[in-house]
Design a protein around this ligand. Structure first.
Ligand code: ADP
Ligand code: ADP
Ligand code: MG
Length: 453
């Protein structure tokens, strides 16, 4: 087992990873940008090293500085968390070159599956159902138009390098196509430095169902069940839960497809196979070759620490679980807490936390990097924490989330806490009657909360 790991991330996920390292008796090295020197991950790690200025490109995305820090501090492995360099094949390759274990799959796998149009191509070959669309990427606008005509409208134009819900646009007809294509391409170029595009049929009322996978270096792959992540805003997840409300026969088919997907690329480490489910048909949309934001709901219902499994796999250990050892218990829900004001167009709202009270109790977990006096920086993602609950039943989990969100106090900045509360209390959500259009269709009702407690 490794003795020392560098965590190439910040915020909530860096704290999450450091905690598991503590439980495993592994020393940790935090990295931080100049503005993050008082951040919780820096305080919890055994050692910390400043790797650059506030701007991500000069710090958390600065591969050279991060690798140099890892070598100088004697790290045997690097955990990339999510976002930042977690799906950057060049970074994983750099780790391989200098002999530091990258806690994730091989760089070659990231290259294959991180490119969403390439992944589509591979899944078609592996006989995993994908959304009807272009085989791989499209060459140019003319080529795209021909394929679009073939697929039929509405069409979703997507960026191969996309993530976080960015770089996609819907076109409802050929008249809109050229403009939507150009907008999506420009957004992709700006956000990911890559304007490669592909096309999918736009599914009108799908559910987002994804499988948590674990694969070791010896060809063993298991799944830890699925999560429903249909509660989204602008294609980005807001609330996730496990298990989903799908029936057992579809669940089994999807699980088999997810295993096939991992095996077809000789996957190693934790990963997620994302599907859309529409009218009892499921379609692969992408694989995330990293730990995901919503991994805690799976941990709650399986009792497995996914970060611990990631570290063990990277250290060359064999999976100790077989599929039949995975037992699912109860129901778990996660709410993503963002520093933003929903009533002002979800505008990000950085600042200082003047008061914090975190709820606690059986089956209540709050993953965050907040403390009274901590500063939410404007430079990074607005997600400041995740409220996670576990109940015997879905109804109990909902009740616990209602109570936890009521008890939570965060002063000093605006958050989406009340907005989350409105979703959790919405009758359609409680009934399980929702798909990816839920927030958009109910936005007015969801914003009808009082600003003061
Ligand atoms: P998950 O499926 O884990 O929720 P998301 O796509 O929501 O994944 O992304 C997780 C985090 O990483 C979010 O904070 C998101 O903004 C960020 N992120 C995801 N993909 C990228 C990317 N390609 N570039 C930069 N940040 C990203
Ligand atoms: P990202 O890399 O940004 O996570 P995904 O391809 O995983 O992008 O899609 C994010 C979300 O966008 C999905 O969960 C879904 O809500 C929506 N989406 C993606 N593809 C389609 C599609 N073909 N039809 C309808 N909705 C889609
Ligand atoms: Mg996705």
């Amino acid at each position: 087992m490794f003795q020392k790991i560098l965590i190439a991330n910040r915020g909530e996920i860096a704290v999450r990873i450091i905690r598991t390292c503590m439980y495993m008796g592994i020393e940790t090295i935090a990295i931080y940008s100049e503005v993050d020197k008082d951040s919780l991950h820096v305080q919890l790690a055994d050692e910390a090293i400043c790797i650059g200025k506030a701007k991500s490109s000069e710090s958390y995305l600065n591969m050279e500085n991060i690798i140099t820090a890892a070598i100088n501090k004697g790290a045997e492995a690097i955990h990339p968390g999510f976002g930042f360099l977690s799906e950057n094949a060049a970074f994983a390759e750099l780790c391989e070159t200098v002999g530091i274990a990258f806690i994730g799959p091989k760089s070659k796998t990231i290259r294959q599956m991180g490119d969403k149009s390439k992944a589509r191509e591979l899944m078609i070959k592996a006989d995993v159902p994908v959304v009807p669309g272009s085989e791989g990427c499209v060459k140019d606008l003319e080529n795209a138009k021909i394929i679009a005509q073939d697929i039929g409208f509405p069409i979703l134009i997507k960026a191969s390098a996309g993530g976080g819900g960015r770089g996609m646009r819907i076109a409802y007809s050929m008249d809109e196509f050229a403009t939507a294509f150009a907008t999506a391409k420009t957004e992709a170029k700006n956000a990911f430095g890559d304007g490669t595009m592909y096309l999918e049929k736009f599914l009108e009322n799908p559910k987002h169902i994804e499988f948590q996978m674990l694969s070791d270096k010896y060809g063993n792959t298991i799944h830890l069940g699925e999560r429903d992540c249909s509660i989204q805003r602008r294609n980005q997840k807001v609330i996730e839960e496990a298990p989903s409300l799908i029936n057992q026969s579809i669940r089994e088919k999807m699980a088999q497809a997810a295993i096939k997907a991992c095996e077809s690329v000789n996957y190693e480490n934790a990963g997620t196979i994302e599907f859309l489910l529409a009218d009892d048909n499921f379609y692969f949309i992408e694989m995330n070759t990293r730990i995901q934001v919503e991994h805690p709901v799976t941990e709650m219902i399986t009792g497995i620490d996914i970060v611990k499994e990631q570290i063990k796999i990277a250290a060359g250990e064999k999976l100790k679980y077989k599929q039949k050892d995975i037992i699912f218990r109860g129901h778990s829900i996660e709410c993503r807490l963002n520093a933003e004001n929903p009533k002002h167009g979800f505008r990000p709202n950085p600042g200082e936390i003047s008061l914090l009270h975190m709820p606690s109790g059986p089956g209540i977990r709050f993953d965050s990097f907040l403390y009274t006096g901590s500063i939410i920086q404007p430079h990074y993602d607005s997600m400041i924490g995740k409220m996670i609950v576990h109940g015997e039943t879905r109804n109990e989990a909902i009740k616990k989330m209602q109570a936890a969100l009521e008890e939570l106090v965060i002063r000093g900045i605006d958050t989406n806490q009340s907005f989350l509360y409105m979703i959790i209390n919405n009758p359609k959500y409680i009934k399980g009657n929702f798909n990816t259009t839920f927030i958009e269709l109910n936005i007015e009702a969801l914003l009808e909360y009082d600003d003061y407690e």
